[in-house]
Design a protein around this ligand. Structure first.
Ligand SMILES: [Zn+2]
Length: 435
């Protein structure tokens, strides 16, 4: 039998159970065997004849962070991300020439995966545009979903060659992790591909992910003028706008059957109350990426409204082509600041944001349930753990949320220690094998 490792910490935050001072997580064969107060976990393991190797960390232990939106392929495009832009089209004008020069996408994506692990991240929604970058999660043994990005197909080209190409690309994605398709956005594809992509994914039991509410023009129409546009013979969201039909981008993709519990959206910035209600009705999570929104020059996402109205939320960094780092906790801190500036002052703010950055991300990708569940600390879940150099006192959750970036002391993925600072290394038993 493989040995049991007991990770104890000054404060354990299971997410699906209350915080545990002087807590511990027992790990065996890559999965969580036990969670609770350290003394009680040790005693019950002893009762079962198990003598664990203990690793004690005085700070905070959480589930591994879940980054619900990124493009690891663009990790080498930080020159674009260091700029400041006046909206999505302005940013795209800076992105396109650098992208078209081409890079070693495989190496850049691998670098991005390594950065995620160093920041305490164990699962990610990674959108892949070029096949060279498709193995990043698989090779780094990260959990999550690899999404093949689909964009720029007209109805005619889609019918001729597009559908077949996309099916082949999806079927060729390395697994594990899970796989899916990301129709880029409602305005970058005509109607036929937007209609058929969800069916291609759903036939295979995969996942869907789409950028939605990222460009200001997606919300320009007044909802009162809604017409039965889908019977008007139009071919794209662009034609719909030009014809003056009153529909938002969210209503548009909803009419096409894109949304659902197997789909999550990125950004969700330009969302009316009706749009947010549609997301709730479809059980579609939104991955908020506030630092990317700021670089691109968008408005701030309506985080206070999402929290008050009960939308399922997650957090993403987006890529280094629009964000300063892949450290998810920096986006979590930004969400806390924005929520307060929007008037959300409830005391549950920090706990809810930490939930969004772990279980919320897992739920967005559908990996919070099933045999390989993750995103929280409970018996039988994958042993995906993050340790932070944050004091375990009464304000630990506030400090982790507002100032946790750059403080990941160790990362464990499926029971394997994948990152450790010198301070964490010093806490390892001299003769212990924690791999
Ligand atoms: Zn994106």
């Amino acid at each position: 039998m493989t040995g049991v490792i007991l990770y104890s910490a000054g404060l354990v935050l299971p997410i699906t159970a209350p915080p545990i001072a002087e807590g511990a997580v027992a790990v065996r064969n890559g999965r969580i065997l036990h969670v609770g107060e350290r003394a009680w976990v040790r005693r019950s393991l002893a009762d079962r004849g198990i003598a664990p190797t203990e690793v004690h960390w005085p700070g905070v232990l959480t589930p591994g962070l879940v980054n619900a939106h990124s493009h690891l392929q663009y990790t080498g495009m930080a020159e674009v991300g260091r700029g400041r832009y006046h909206g999505f089209e302005d940013w795209a004008g800076a992105f396109d020439p650098v992208y078209e020069r081409g890079r070693d996408w495989a190496a850049d994506a691998a670098d991005g995966a390594a950065q995620l692990i160093r920041s305490g991240t164990t699962a990610v929604a990674d959108v892949v545009t070029d096949v060279e970058a498709a193995a990043a999660l698989h090779d780094a043994r990260l959990h999550g979903i690899t999404y093949w990005e689909v964009m720029s197909w007209t109805n005619a080209d889609w019918a001729r060659t597009g559908r077949r190409q996309v099916e082949d690309a999806l079927d060729a994605l390395p697994a594990p992790p899970g796989t899916g398709l990301s129709p880029h956005a409602p305005y970058s594809l005509e109607i036929e591909p937007l209609l058929e992509i969800p069916d291609i994914v759903r036939e295979r039991g995969g996942r869907i992910h789409i950028h939605l509410g990222e460009a200001a023009f997606e919300s320009e129409f007044a909802h009162e003028q809604a017409h039965a546009w889908h019977k008007a013979g139009l071919t794209s969201f662009q034609e719909l706008r030009d014809a003056g039909f009153g529909t938002s981008a969210t209503e548009f993709v909803d009419q096409l059957g894109v949304l659902g519990p197997d789909c999550h959206i990125a950004h969700g910035v330009y969302m009316s109350a009706r749009d947010r209600a549609i997301l709730r009705e479809r059980h579609t999570s939104v991955a908020l990426c506030p630092r990317s929104n700021a670089v691109i020059g968008l408005e701030e996402p309506p985080i206070a409204a999402y929290l008050r109205e009960g939308n399922p939320i997650a957090v993403g960094t987006d890529s280094l082509s629009s964000s300063p780092s892949l450290d998810l906790l920096a986006d979590v801190a930004e969400l806390a600041r924005i929520a307060r500036s929007q008037g959300y002052t409830d005391r549950d703010l920090h706990a809810r944001l930490l939930n969004a950055a772990t279980l919320g991300g897992a739920h967005a990708m559908g990996i919070d349930v099933g045999p390989d569940r993750t995103g929280y600390l409970a018996v039988g879940a994958l042993a995906d753990l993050a340790f932070f150099d944050v004091p375990s006192g009464p304000d630990a959750v506030v400090e982790l949320v507002e100032a946790g970036a750059g403080r990941a002391a160790a990362t464990v993925i499926a029971g394997e220690l994948r990152h450790a600072t010198p301070a964490f290394d010093a806490s390892l038993p001299a003769n212990g094998d924690t791999a």
